[in-house]
Design a binder for this molecule. Sequence first.
Ligand SMILES: CC(C)(COP(=O)(O)OP(=O)(O)OC[C@H]1O[C@@H](n2cnc3c(N)ncnc32)[C@H](O)[C@@H]1OP(=O)(O)O)[C@@H](O)C(=O)NCCC(=O)NCCS
Length: 180
Amino acid sequence: MFPPRLEGPRLLLRPLVAADAPRLTAILDDPAVHRNLRLERPISLAAEREFITALARATEEVVVGIAARDDGRLLGVTGLHQLADPARQAEFGIFIGGPEEWGKGHGQEATRLIVGYGFDALRLNRVWLHVHADNARGIHAYERVGFRREGVLRQAALRGDRFVDVIAMAVLREEWRARR
Ligand SMILES: CC(C)(COP(=O)(O)OP(=O)(O)OC[C@H]1O[C@@H](n2cnc3c(N)ncnc32)[C@H](O)[C@@H]1OP(=O)(O)O)[C@@H](O)C(=O)NCCC(=O)NCCS
């Protein structure tokens, strides 16, 4: 399932196509990116293509590419997962790369677009996420768009051979509406 084109001031969220696989694999291969993600690695091009192809048929998630409107370059991926939850909530996920693209507001703009789609078109009541406790950039970006910290899941993620704490965050429909 893909949403209609979602456009912000500088970004376009669009369906992923098989030809995006090399760019996405390159972004995910960067340790600065994948250290913050729950991801089985290494990712082969074939596996990435398969993942992308399956998205069109997926009914329980929307996953889209984040592209720059000025030159169309693919900056990353964002999505809402576990959409079948009867409590009308979904998990939010995102990655942008490489690091030279960080800190330009892309994360916040893409988050606003996909989470707004979740509340407006998919009628969600709650959007939640899990983020490594040391991902200060991510946590700050999520707070800026309206997510709140709900708690710490101690040692809930594995990075290399080390357990790391995870922060649970969420934004409710009423909070989202009140801010906009
Ligand atoms: C997390 C991620 C999506 C954020 O995207 P981004 O485009 O860098 O985010 P933005 O530029 O919109 O916002 C980043 C904010 O964090 C701030 N920031 C940067 N470094 C920071 C730090 N060390 N501590 C606190 N805030 C920091 C920036 O100043 C900015 O806030 P501002 O708008 O108030 O100035 C992106 O960095 C990324 O994909 N990282 C790798 C993968 C990842 O972590 N995915 C998320 C897993 S939950």
